[in-house]
Design a protein around this ligand. Structure first.
Ligand code: AMP
Ligand code: ZN
Length: 496
């Protein structure tokens, strides 16, 4: 039974798909105006973990992710420049070039981190007609109004606007005004109202603008996710039209915690006003990656990239390991020291796996009789199914490794070990962890080195220790290490 924390109810709940064994999962994608940084990637790693945990539990997952290539403005108050257009000006490129470039970069980052690619990725600019159709429906039902700079959503028309934040409409408005978090345009009826369609500024030719029944302009950021999720996951889109009455609540909607107060709150308003059904059954939010307690961000100017990790000779998967050491709902503090710790741990696990592969040549038991593996498998599953408790799941994995290594030291019990069963269990853990255990293979050892190892063994049998040691050095020069074990000499490649 999978328990997941639901931001909407603010408690852990048993997860069950709305329909059958199929899970419809929406993930808010990146705004492609700059390189996706490690903070962004922490969120996508946690969402990948969720997807893997669902698959681990026997569900089929259809994941949709949008790519925000227009409409995300510098200010959350629907003012300021479009982030993509601003980047285009700075980099002297077209907005489309900027978006394409950073989208490709983002995809390559997902690949490096072994993140399962979403079943559907949808560019915001390729759904303009759909937003217009949907805004028309909102207009027909009286949820919209005109201002001089766009079509706005009237948030006072919803009984429970702001429910994701746990605040009433009144309190939310009061707090927003008090905190002056966003400036309040005088034409807006309520401080919480937001743009569905923004008009292009007069006398300024925007690169990204489209005709609409209301005037030339571009979509607001929130309508993009609302419409894309409905179109691909809501089972209410046919022949180019939305049928809100047919909408089926989506299973999970994901994003970073910064999306709760504005972006997701507004998506809910757009969808629930017409469908009269909950937009998503579960709301899944990931806490921030922080640098010395400050959120990592593009605007904060402290963004680190995967390339910064690689430059420091760490592997991207060490970052994945690091992200698993902290629960996704807690802030994760990034430092190169902690990344180094993660890299060392990961190498140790890889080494253990290689060891299992080698030892299974000598210990051919199908089952591990030295101790029960069931307990480890059950404990791991319990940890994951308890709201993706990865620190706990990793500790189960480490306990398994140390138990195995301990038994190996006991001459009487060693023959009861099954390296093959342990290896298989680790592979099953990795379906959730995504650390690419499968890539670990026994090294191919050059013929020349194999004969040197044999020769060294002969010398050892003849107790010619000095000569044998000289061979060890020669083997090392060829890039291999020899370790003497109870099963004979084990050869590993240096730096692998
Ligand atoms: P953006 O490209 O700004 O739209 O953000 C893409 C995703 O990254 C969103 O889900 C954000 O919530 C998330 N995000 C942004 N900064 C951080 C951070 N420092 N830590 C974790 N997630 C973040
Ligand atoms: Zn979104």
């Amino acid at each position: 039974m999978l328990y997941l924390y639901n931001s909407l109810s603010r408690k852990k709940e048993i997860f069950k798909p709305v329909k059958d064994k199929r899970v419809r999962m929406y993930t808010c994608g990146p705004t492609v105006y700059a390189y996706a940084h490690l903070g962004n990637l922490r969120t996508y790693l946690a969402e990948d973990l969720l997807k893997r945990a669902l698959i681990f539990n026997g569900y089929q997952v259809k994941q949709v992710m949008n790519i925000t290539d227009v409409g995300h403005l510098v200010s959350d108050a629907d003012s300021g420049e479009d982030k993509i257009e601003l980047a285009a000006k700075k980099e002297k490129k077209t907005s489309f070039e900027i978006a394409d470039f950073y989208t490709e970069y983002f995809f390559s980052a997902l690949k490096k981190l072994n993140i399962i690619f979403p079943e559907i990725t949808a560019k915001a600019t390729e759904h303009i007609k759909d937003y217009i159709n949907y805004i028309k429906l909102l207009e027909e039902k009286g949820f919209t109004y005109f201002t001089s700079d766009g079509i706005y959503f009237d948030t006072s028309k919803l009984k429970d606007y702001g429910k994701l934040t746990g605040q009433s409409f009144k309190d939310l408005s009061k707090n927003l005004k008090a905190g002056a978090r966003i400036e309040f345009s005088s034409e807006k009826k309520n401080i919480t109202d937001f743009a569905l369609w923004k008009f292009s500024p007069q006398n300024v030719k925007r690169e990204m603008e489209w005709d609409s029944p209301w005037g030339k302009g571009f979509p607001g950021w929130h309508i993009e996710c609302a419409v894309i999720s409905l179109k691909y996951l809501g089972n209410c889109f046919q022949n180019g039209k939305f049928y809100p009455e047919k909408f089926e609540t989506i299973d999970i909607h994901c994003g970073g915690i910064d999306h709760i107060p504005i972006h997701h709150t507004n998506e809910i308003a757009e969808v629930e006003s017409l469908t009269k059904k909950p937009m998503a059954r579960f709301w899944f939010h990931v806490n921030f990656l922080v640098l010395k307690e400050t959120r990592m961000g593009k605007s904060e100017g402290n963004a680190l990239l995967i390339e910064d990790i690689e430059k420091n000779t760490f592997s991207p998967l060490a970052f994945r390991y690091l992200s698993l050491t902290t629960h996704y709902r807690m802030p994760l503090e990034f430092s190169f020291e902690s990344l180094k710790g993660a890299e060392n741990s990961l190498r140790e696990i890889y080494n253990f796996i290689e060891n299992c592969l080698w030892e299974k040549k000598f210990l051919k038991n199908k089952q591990n009789k030295a101790f029960s593996l069931k307990k480890y498998s059950k404990d791991f599953e319990e940890a994951i199914n308890n709201d993706l408790n990865t620190p706990q799941a990793l500790s189960v994995l480490w306990n398994l490794i140390s138990r195995y290594n301990k038994v190996k030291k006991d001459q009487k019990k060693i023959s009861q070990l099954s390296p093959s069963a342990v290896y298989q269990l680790l592979l099953s853990f990795d379906k959730v962890l995504g650390l690419d255990f499968k890539k670990i293979k026994l090294p191919k050892i050059k013929k020349e080195v194999q004969s040197m190892v044999k020769e060294r063994e002969n010398l050892r049998k003849q107790k010619k220790w000095q000569a044998a040691d000289n061979y060890r050095e020669k083997i090392k020069e060829k890039g291999y290490l020899v370790e003497d074990t109870i099963f004979g000499p084990r050869v590993t490649k240096i730096n692998e």
